[in-house]
Design a protein around this ligand. Structure first.
Ligand code: F6P
Length: 362
């Protein structure tokens, strides 16, 4: 049966989104002969029909190696709590009925939502309102439950490891402590795995509250042994035992979550107080979200996109495609969005780091 399906990308962008879009468009058209509508800027595009356009094979030509998303995205503007200006103030208004109406006006049979925890929660709520949705897990943080990996994570890891390799040589030459601040709001996967791969001496992650005195002792011990430099990787969401995360900007009507940033400088100041060593900080920031996706992310994105189309063909709605070992499976969006996939402080990867003498902040 001929179908018309919609696709949107929501939340922070990441490398591999275009591979997913291409996978969806190609398999929908080539395998099934369906029509695909691209919705711009996440759920915002479903509030305004002029931001919905047909995606053809021509629209996705050449996009596989490109970072970002050809559809645009936003990590603000939840349609269930959309900030609308009233008397000079932004008031959250539930515009979800308009989204459902527009879905019907477009004549869509299904909606593919490519997103992280926030976007998938919105997808789940829309599914409860009768919209047939299929989810595709995306985030560089790799913090989504229900899938072994999200696409985008592998590329972000490559970027972080490459930065660590570069910092190593200059740290060693100048006998400095180099701190690399990486993304990871709640989950420290990027810091942990790039730290192991890039030979870090200290890794700070949100799942293990850190202790300054112990960090200083570890760096001093290295220097006493003749290693006059140290490399620290800190996830933006890391915080000291009994303390708080470093917030760059508080949440407001437009930004439902606070903006993190500054952990690197915070740790640097403390180290300069307790050790007579020069410290420099590099904030990797959004470089981790950009660039051409790795082979892994291109292949995973293509597989996720194609599988999402197959799920629609099978009438498998309210579910998310997931990587389980080497194979793809599906899980309910509700289960996947219930909690986050965090690093286990007593798990094998943390123990691997500690067995090699990496200081995990504790
Ligand atoms: O995509 C998730 C993430 O990378 C978080 O680690 C980070 O806190 C957030 O995005 C930053 O997003 P933005 O600066 O785009 O609001």
């Amino acid at each position: 049966m001929n179908k018309k399906i919609g696709i949107l990308t929501g939340g922070g962008d990441c490398p591999g989104l275009n591979a997913v879009i291409r996978g969806v468009v190609k398999s929908a058209i080539i395998r099934h002969g369906w029509e695909v509508i691209g919705i711009e800027d996440g759920f915002d595009g479903l509030l305004d029909l002029s931001r919905c356009r047909e995606l053809t094979l021509e629209s996705v030509r050449g996009i596989l190696p490109r970072g970002g998303t050809i559809l645009g995205t936003t990590n603000r503007g939840n349609p269930f709590s959309y900030p609308v200006e009233q008397d000079g103030r932004f008031i959250p208004v539930d515009l979800s009925n308009r989204v459902v109406e527009n879905f019907r006006t477009l004549g869509l049979d299904a909606l593919i939502v490519v997103g992280g925890e926030g976007s998938l929660k919105i997808a789940m709520e829309l599914s409860k309102k009768g919209v047939p949705v299929v989810g595709i897990p995306k985030t560089i943080d790799n913090d989504l439950l229900g899938t072994d990996f999200t696409f985008g994570y592998n590329t972000a890891l490559e970027t972080a490891t490459d930065a660590l390799d570069k910092l190593h040589t200059t740290a060693e030459s100048h006998h400095r402590v180099m701190i690399l601040e990486v993304m990871g709001r709640y989950a420290g996967w990027i810091a942990l795995e790039s730290g192991i791969a890039g030979g870090a001496d200290v890794i700070l992650i949100p799942e293990i509250p850190y202790d300054f005195d112990r960090i200083c002792a570890a760096i001093k011990k290295r220097s006493d042994r003749g290693s006059r430099f140290s490399i620290i990787v800190a996830a933006e969401g890391a915080f000291p035992a009994g303390g708080d995360r470093v917030v760059a900007r508080a949440a407001d009507a437009w930004n439902s979550i606070e903006r993190l940033g500054g952990i690197g400088q915070h740790v640097a100041k403390q180290i300069e107080k307790c050790l007579e060593m020069e410290v420099r900080v590099t904030v990797l920031g959004h470089l981790q979200r950009g660039g051409s996706p790795t082979t892994f992310d291109r292949a995973l994105g293509s597989r996720f996109g194609t599988r999402a189309v197959a799920m629609i063909a099978a009438g498998e709605f309210g579910r998310m495609v997931s990587l389980q070992g080497r194979n793809l499976g599906t899980v309910s969006i509700e289960d996947a969005a219930r909690e986050l996939n965090l690093v286990d402080p007593e798990g094998e990867i943390v123990h691997t780091a500690e067995d090699m003498g990496i200081m995990m902040g504790r």
